[in-house]
Design a protein around this ligand. Sequence first.
Ligand SMILES: CC(=O)CC(=O)C(=O)O
Ligand SMILES: [Mg+2]
Length: 219
Amino acid sequence: MSARNISRFWEWGRKIICVGRNYADHAVELKNAIPSEPVLFLKPPSAYIKKGSPILVPFYSSNLHHEVELGVVIGKGGTAIPQASAMEHVAGYVLCLDMTARDVQDECKSKGLPWTLAKAFNTSCPISDFIPKEKIPDPGSINLWLKVNNVQKQNGSTSQMIFSIPYLINYISEIISLEEGDLILTGTPKGVSSVQEHDELQAGIDDTVTMTFKVDRKS
Ligand SMILES: CC(=O)CC(=O)C(=O)O
Ligand SMILES: [Mg+2]
């Protein structure tokens, strides 16, 4: 049997672990407190889409937001991975969108309910092609940006993250064992905004990686 190729990790059905409120400017724009520990939630693998597939607005939402994020692809699993060796467990990266039904999330927050409907719906995790680890020698100092219909909405540096990638790998793996092919979404900088059917989202890492997705509504 041939070895699996990590660049197709998104086909393996592994976990997507998302970190919320990891940029102070985004926590502030949504009037959330700055966290003292990472805020975690999950998306199922059915949330993944790749280029050519549309982002579908869930039928129960009228305020779908984009959140551009750096995704960390786990290459070697582990439990309670020390910060000092955390980067040895990283195979590479993807640029991700954490698509969020903000109206539904606001309602869940006000009722003390989980965010599943707001965050985990089909097509809620568009991703770029796999980026091997060597291509991003310093993931703690890259620029993430996003445009809607060619208008800039988000532009932030990963140096603004409250919790670093090694900290997150250690924190998460103490609670949820990490496996090869898991993806960690590391949170979004400020500038999230509403998108509509027919909008075009373009996102990038500096001027090296770019990806484009169209928004549609399921008929
Ligand atoms: C308030 C949020 O939706 C948290 C989140 O996903 C983030 O990236 O921050
Ligand atoms: Mg997010």
